[in-house]
Design a protein around this ligand. Structure first.
Ligand code: FME
Ligand code: ZN
Ligand code: ZN
Length: 408
C-alpha cells in the first residue's frame, strides 16, 4: 500500500489530510463544510447520499452501497464529524493544518478521534468498488454530528428516526482507541456516564465564627465518601491484573462551586462528579448508594443528574455472535492480535446498542499512543494506510455474513 515513488503521497493520505483541515471543532463546528466534503465523496464513489437533519443545523449524512440481497440487514459504519477543542499553544504544529513531518506523522485534531476512520471507511469502499466486488449486505456509512458533547443532537436523535429504521442495520462498527502495543483494542461495551451535581445547603454567617451545620462541611463529607469510593475502585483495578480499566467504575471531582467572599460563610455550595459506571453494576443500587452518601452528610444535601445513561449493553464476543465470528476471523487471518475491552468513555455505540444493534468500537491504530483529546494528536500515515487495508478485509466478511435465523 505504499506509493511507488516514496516522495509521492498516497492519495488516501492526501484525502485524510484534506478532511482534517475542515474545522469541525466544538463548540462551533463547521458542519456545512464536512457535509459538502462527504457529498463530494459520495459523488466520486457513485454512492447515494442522504442527509437527515435531526435538529436544526445538525445533519446526519448517510452514504450507501447497496448489497445484492436487500432482504438481509445492513452493515453500519459510523463515525462522528466533530472534534474536541485544542490548546493551540501546546501544539508543535497548527492542529488544523494536518502537517506531516519527515517521518510520516500527521498532526491534527481528529487524526485519531476519529477522522481517520471516516476516511478509512470511504477508501476501503472505494477500493472494493473499483475491484468490482459486490456483497450480499448493504453497507451504510453514517457521519454524525455532536458526538463530542454527548450525541444528544446527533446519534441519540437519529436512532429514533424513520430514516434510521429504514437502514435496517444488523451490525455496526464505531470508534475505539489507539493501542501503543502491537495489538488492536476492540470495544464490546462501554461504561455509563453519570454526571452528578451535589448541592449542599447550610447555615450562613460571618467568616470569623464557628457556625454549625455549614454547606461546606456537609459537602466535604460527600466529597470524602465519593473519593473513598474512587480509591476503592482504583485499588480493585490495581490489585487484579485481569481487570481492565473499563471494567471498574471511575469517578472524578470535576467542579466545585460556591462562595462569594472570604468572610461570608455561604448558604450553598456544590460539587460536580463525572462517574463512569461499569456495565455490570446494578444501577438502582448504585443510585441508592449516591442517595445514602448525601443523606449521611446531613440535612439539605441533594443531588441531580446532568447526564445519566441507564441502558448499558454488551455485544457478545464469542462465536454465538456471527458478527463477532466474522470480525475475529478476519483479524486472525490477518494475524492481528485483538484485545476485547469495555470502553472507558462514552461513544455513539451506546445509542446503537440500546436500540438492539450490536456494535464494536474499533479504531485500527496499533503501535500508536492514545492521543485523543490530547495536545499533538497525531497518526502515522503507514498506520492509517494499514487501517484502510484492514477495513478492506473486514467489509467483505461482514457484508457477506449469511442470513441470520431472524432473517430467514
Ligand atoms: C457523556 S456524554 C460525553 C461523551 C464523551 N465522549 C467522548 O469523549 C465522553 O465524555 O465520554
Ligand atoms: Zn470520538
Ligand atoms: Zn472524542
Amino acid at each position: 500500500m505504499t506509493s511507488k515513488n516514496p516522495k509521492e503521497e498516497h492519495p488516501s493520505v492526501t484525502l485524510f489530510r484534506q478532511y482534517l483541515r475542515i474545522r469541525t471543532v466544538q463548540p462551533k463546528p463547521d458542519y456545512g463544510a464536512a457535509v459538502a466534503f462527504l457529498e463530494e465523496r459520495a459523488c466520486q464513489l457513485g454512492l447515494s447520499c442522504q442527509k437527515v437533519e435531526v435538529a436544526p443545523g445538525y445533519v446526519v449524512t448517510v452514504l450507501t452501497w447497496p448489497g445484492t440481497n436487500p432482504t438481509l440487514s445492513s452493515i453500519l459504519l459510523n463515525s462522528h464529524t466533530d472534534v474536541v477543542p485544542v490548546f493551540k499553544e501546546y501544539w508543535s504544529h497548527d492542529p488544523f493544518e494536518a502537517f506531516k513531518d519527515s517521518e510520516g506523522y500527521i498532526y491534527a485534531r481528529g487524526a485519531q478521534d476519529m477522522k481517520c476512520i471516516s476516511i478509512q471507511y470511504l477508501e476501503a469502499v472505494r477500493r472494493l468498488k473499483v475491484e468490482g466486488h459486490q456483497f450480499p449486505r448493504t453497507i451504510h456509512m453514517t457521519f454524525v454530528p455532536d458526538e463530542e458533547v454527548g450525541g444528544h443532537q446527533g446519534m441519540e436523535l437519529f436512532v429514533q428516526r424513520p430514516e434510521f429504521q429504514a437502514l435496517r442495520a444488523g451490525f455496526a462498527l464505531d470508534e475505539g482507541l489507539a493501542n501503543p502495543t502491537d495489538a488492536f483494542t476492540v470495544f464490546y461495551s462501554e461504561r455509563s456516564p453519570w454526571w452528578v451535581r451535589v448541592t449542599s445547603t447550610g447555615r450562613p454567617g460571618h467568616g470569623s465564627r464557628f457556625i454549625e451545620d455549614t454547606a461546606a462541611e456537609k459537602l466535604h463529607k460527600v466529597v470524602s465518601s465519593i473519593l473513598a469510593f474512587r480509591e476503592k475502585e482504583w485499588q480493585r483495578l490495581q490489585s487484579n491484573p485481569h481487570l481492565k480499566e473499563g471494567a471498574v467504575t471511575s469517578v472524578n471531582l470535576t467542579k466545585l462551586e460556591g462562595g462569594v467572599a472570604y468572610n461570608v460563610v455561604p448558604a450553598t455550595m456544590s460539587a460536580s462528579f463525572d462517574f463512569r459506571v461499569a456495565p455490570d453494576v446494578g444501577l438502582k443500587a448504585f443510585e441508592e448508594q449516591l442517595q445514602s452518601w448525601c443523606q449521611a452528610a446531613g440535612e439539605g444535601v441533594t443531588f441531580e443528574f446532568v447526564q445519566k445513561w441507564t441502558q448499558p449493553q454488551v455485544t457478545p464476543t464469542d462465536d454465538s455472535n456471527p458478527w463477532w465470528a466474522a470480525f475475529s476471523r478476519v483479524c486472525k487471518d490477518m494475524n492481528l492480535t485483538v484485545e476485547p475491552e469495555i470502553h472507558t468513555a462514552a461513544t455513539d455505540s451506546r445509542y446503537l446498542r440500546a436500540v438492539g444493534v450490536p456494535a464494536l468500537g474499533f479504531s485500527p491504530m496499533n503501535r500508536t499512543p492514545v492521543l485523543l483529546h490530547d495536545h499533538d494528536e497525531r497518526l502515522h500515515e503507514a498506520v492509517f494506510l494499514r487501517g484502510v487495508d484492514i477495513y478492506t478485509r473486514l467489509l467483505p466478511a461482514l457484508a457477506s455474513v449469511p442470513a441470520l435465523p431472524s432473517e430467514s
